[in-house]
Design a protein. Structure first.
Length: 271
């Protein structure tokens, strides 16, 4: 959560700096603190005020900057964003930045906003239907999205089989950035993408419990390592980091938990 807040703060600073640099905006939409939105033309920044022509009334308006929530130009670029406000979906940011800034709907937890790339090259930016974990309402049920994805387009449901999807990215209920890729059969999660790539498959048993199977691929060794429950993970870590014997002490002492595995992979990335 701290990372997300820090990221939003950084983005806010950048956006406000850009607003100071931009003196005029030819056209766009302005949102004031009462949530009223107006289409404008010829917007100008004058000290602590903004002046523009209301496109509907053709009249000139003046507002103090502290009464404005956001200013977006006609290309979707956020020119100004008030402190503490959230960016709308469509912005000229990277998809990762869009997804990290956009908070998932925490009221009903039935959908999250995602970027989906289909096998045929089509790119979808849409909300998708999700479910919570049967035993933990604070967690996403990954099984609900790894075999098929239900997108919400124009308030209608459009179903896609996993074999149709090349990749999917979104932010889950706990503000964690998630990346999945399609292997032609289902969707697998990318937990780490570096010299060593870490993937996770999700599956459900007859008792409806969710289980996972992990595997890693070392791009330098060009070798795949299975991290199933029946394999000694610590031994596998030693094998896959054989090019970095200096990591052995850390491997021998680390707990076999995701956060420590990520630390190991980060250390492997270092020169």
């Amino acid at each position: 959560m701290k990372k997300v807040y820090l990221f939003v703060a950084i983005m806010y600073c950048c956006l406000n700096l850009s607003a100071q640099d931009i003196k005029t905006v030819s056209a766009g939409t302005i949102t004031i603190i009462t949530n009223q939105q107006m289409k404008f033309t010829n917007l100008r920044f004058v000290e602590d005020q903004v002046l523009f022509i209301n496109s509907s009334t053709k009249s000139e308006f003046t507002y103090f900057m502290n009464s404005i929530r956001s200013i977006v130009d006609d290309k979707g670029t956020t020119i100004y964003l008030k402190a503490g406000e959230k960016l709308p979906v469509e912005r000229v940011l990277t998809e990762e930045q869009k997804l990290l800034i956009l908070n998932p709907p925490l009221v009903d937890r039935k959908q999250v906003y995602a970027k989906i790339v289909l096998k045929n090259g089509t790119v979808l930016r849409t909300y998708i239907k999700t479910k919570t974990n049967l035993f933990d309402s604070e967690r996403l049920d990954e099984i609900s999205i790894v075999t098929r994805v239900v997108a919400i387009k124009n308030k209608e449901k459009v179903r896609y089989k996993a074999k149709e999807i090349d990749s999917m990215k979104f932010v889950d209920y706990n503000y964690k950035y998630r990346v999945f890729f399609g292997d032609g059969k289902g969707l697998q999660e990318v937990l780490y993408d570096g010299k060593i790539k870490w993937y996770r498959m999700y599956w459900r048993d007859i008792n409806y419990s969710t289980h996972t199977t992990d595997y890693m691929y070392n791009t330098e060794l060009k070798q795949l390592f299975n991290l199933s429950l029946f394999n000694n993970r610590r031994k596998k870590f030693r094998e896959m980091t054989i090019l970095r014997p200096d990591l052995l002490p850390f491997i021998d002492e680390m707990s076999i938990e995701d956060k420590y595995i990520l630390q190991l992979l980060d250390r492997y990335e270092e020169d």
